[in-house]
Design a binder for this molecule. Sequence first.
Ligand code: PMP
Ligand code: GLN
Length: 381
Amino acid sequence: MNLPQKHSVTGTNIFSVMSGLATQYNAINLSQGFPDFALDEHLSKLLYDAACSGYNQYAPMPGLPVLRQAIAKDFKNRYNITVDADTEITITPGATYAIYTAFTAILLPGDEVILLEPCYDSYLPNIEINGAKAIPVSLVAPDFSVDWNKVKNAISPKTKAIIINTPHNPTGAIWAKSDWDTLAEIVRNTNIIIISDEVYEQLIFDNEKHYSVLEHTELRERSFAIYSFGKVFNNTGWKIGYSIAPPKYTSAFRAIHQFLAFSVNTPGQYALAMHLESGLAGAVGKIMEQKRNDFISLMQNTLFTIHKPTKGSYFQVASYEKISDMGDLEFAKWLTINQGVATIPISSFYKDKKDDHLIRFCFAKKQETLLNAVDRLKRIG
Ligand code: PMP
Ligand code: GLN
């Protein structure tokens, strides 16, 4: 029996492929985005305490009230915006799931969704699984800024949504306030919904400010904002995130969520709530900025070229033009197998696999890991 192919992306996704190769060839894994250092001991103790104190059964479908209230307070503190914990926040098993759920809540077959490429690899299949069509618009290198005329031209009567990601995976580009204003102008007399993937909101460098869609009063009314605790507390494996959206959107989101995961890991939610409430959670942005600086300066001793230092996220894009003219996937595999450093080829973030001979390094690693990796990279050539 032939089973249906529900989206156009065939084969195994790039994060599994490259992390798998890294394990197989004992390479240093700078591919998939995750920190290799321990999480805050306070948070791990809270998880233990939560399990010992009986927080082990199903949480309420929208998430533990204490966690939703802690998030609302956190947004008041950090952005000075009011979020209703009961009607606007839903806790999810990670941001990838939240993005899928938001798409599933809003898309009907035949709808179109604009995505800005390169982009996180789940967006495209998520759109297609829902019977909708992805309309890719390329960001403009080397800044990976938005060409607003191209976005305008991509809009049709079928456009249901546009998905945004700032700080941006894989390029580390960030949106200025003016980008949000331009987007608001473009969607003003339409019913286009915004999905704003802000998972790296706290990983932003050089004293830049992250502008959230939630701060834009006009856009907020038509937006889902998506977050992931994994990127804030160095615990990507906990897979806990959340969506913030106006009550009507949140109801539609929960209508899907209640029949998909229904609820999220209870002790993890409790631990995160207590950690947020404790005020002991350190600022991860400064630590990651230091890692970016160290990584970029170490890379000066290699043949890789960094055209633009990343402004946010875990990632730095680099060109290998002085080393090889291989395609980026082939090069990333060669680098893993022969030089012992795993990375991600940027072509995997494009629908048509556009290959500009760029790879992505994840620098969210211990100093020792970065030093060892760059030592290996220095030997090339
Ligand atoms: N969006 C972007 C842009 C990402 O890079 C990631 C990767 N982790 C996610 C969403 C997913 O986050 P989570 O691990 O919470 O599913
Ligand atoms: N977001 C992470 C990255 O871009 C990985 C997520 C995943 O493995 N699906 O590397």
